[in-house]
Design a protein around this ligand. Structure first.
Ligand code: LCS
Length: 390
């Protein structure tokens, strides 16, 4: 029987029969597992036979989370890791060799840009940044050495979208792998693998964990790729998710659908309020008719999520606003149950040179809001107080 998409979010990954009937997968706090015998020991150690032997290479709690991630994204295999950046780094190092070329968005999470510029470029990888809202820009940047088209949609922090179907078509025509950061949308609102994207990465620190109390990451994709990522690269990098953290992400996923319904509704209400406020110059939210890609959002997303960005006059107006809020917390990160607000130019994207920030739409007066699951009217009232202080 085919279940509605909410159902696997509650049950995915759980296998009570494998754990004495436990309906919540136990936390396996074991760094080592004994081999059944010499032959199986050799096969498990080589990754040729399923089984556990050492904490860095997985354990049953992590495996339950990985099964859940596969069910959520509709993928063949998954690897859970210590952070979103561990997931992204492991993915790039699995796919690339010195001499290869990557096409990536000009506007995306700044630490992913830093990974490409400060680690992969010196290693010998070439990178071209493009306006990712234009699939033709991806096509124009392709070289004979291009191995990866990287997508982040909606993008951090300004919510630009990438047309997945169009970019996948470009990639397939050239035999290039597509990788998509699905952190902002979550698999509840958007399923990149169903659009033909090859590999999905997540910061599970955000909506998947969902409560601002853990750091984790995930990769979902073809079994052969995930096997290579785990056994050739993750084994060396060692960005391992703790069993307790894997359990917390699995627990967070059980309420993902409920939380996303509330995030989608709250963010739309807050975006509509901000769009009508005289102190707000612009609101970026894919669910608003003023978003230049609202039609694309309607096509490839089933909800527009809890993230939005808005612009006030300048830096000092933004600072006055955030200093007069009491409910919204001044904090980086996102996807928490609580509403978080941050100033991108001085916080998450502070390391990006100003020229490049502006090209990515990150003006000095841009504030990013991760709308929480509190009552929407309370969030709006808090923002109204902050805006009145400008
Ligand atoms: N991808 C996206 C889209 C992100 O927003 C982040 C973190 C990451 C990957 C990295 O995940 P992590 O390693 O932190 O689990 N974004 C943050 C932000 O906007 N503020 O603080 C962190």
């Amino acid at each position: 029987m085919a279940y509605a998409r909410e159902t696997p979010m509650v049950h995915a990954g759980e296998d009570p029969a494998a754990h004495f009937g436990a309906l919540s997968t136990p936390i396996y706090d074991a760094a080592v597992f004994a081999f059944p015998d010499a032959a199986q020991g050799a096969a498990i150690h080589a990754g040729e036979q399923p089984g556990y032997f050492y904490g860095r290479m997985g354990n049953p709690t992590q495996a339950a989370l990985e099964a859940a991630l596969c069910a959520l994204e509709g993928g063949e295999a998954a690897l859970a890791l210590a952070s979103g950046m561990a997931a992204i780094t492991t993915t790039f190092l699995t796919l690339l060799r010195p001499g290869d070329h990557v096409v990536a968005p000009l506007a995306m999470y700044a630490t992913t840009t830093a990974l490409l510029d400060e680690v992969l470029t010196p290693w010998g990888v070439a990178v071209t940044y493009v306006d990712a809202t234009d699939p033709a820009a991806y096509a124009a940047a392709i070289r004979p050495t291009t191995k990866v088209l990287y997508l982040e949609s909606p993008a951090n922090p300004r919510l630009q979208l990438v047309d997945m179907a169009a970019v996948v078509a470009v990639a397939r025509a050239h035999g290039i792998t597509t990788v998509m950061d699905n952190t902002f949308a979550t698999p509840y609102n958007q399923q990149p693998l169903h659009w033909g994207v090859d590999i999905v990465v997540h910061s599970a620190t955000k909506y998947l964990g969902g409560h601002g109390d853990l750091t984790a990451g995930a990769i979902v994709g073809p079994a052969a790729f995930v096997h290579d990522a785990r056994w050739r690269i993750h084994k060396i990098l060692g960005g391992v998710i703790a069993p307790q953290t894997a359990w917390l992400v699995l627990r967070g996923i059980k309420t993902l659908a409920l939380r996303m319904v509330q995030y989608n509704a709250n963010a739309l209400a807050v975006a509509q309020f901000l769009a009508g406020h005289p102190q707000v110059q612009q609101v970026a939210y894919p669910g608003l008719p003023t978003h230049p890609q609202q039609a694309l959002a309607a096509r490839q997303m089933t909800g527009c999520g809890g993230m939005l960005a808005f612009e006030v006059a300048d830096l000092s107006a933004g600072q006055r606003l955030i200093d007069h809020l009491t409910l919204c917390q001044l904090a980086v990160s996102l996807g928490d149950v609580a509403t978080l607000i941050q100033h991108s130019a001085s916080m998450t994207h502070a390391a990006v040179p100003r020229e490049r920030r502006l090209a990515a739409g990150i003006t000095d007066g841009l504030l990013r809001l991760s709308v929480g699951i509190e009552d929407a009217n309370d969030i709006i009232a808090d923002l109204a107080t902050g805006l009145a202080a400008i």
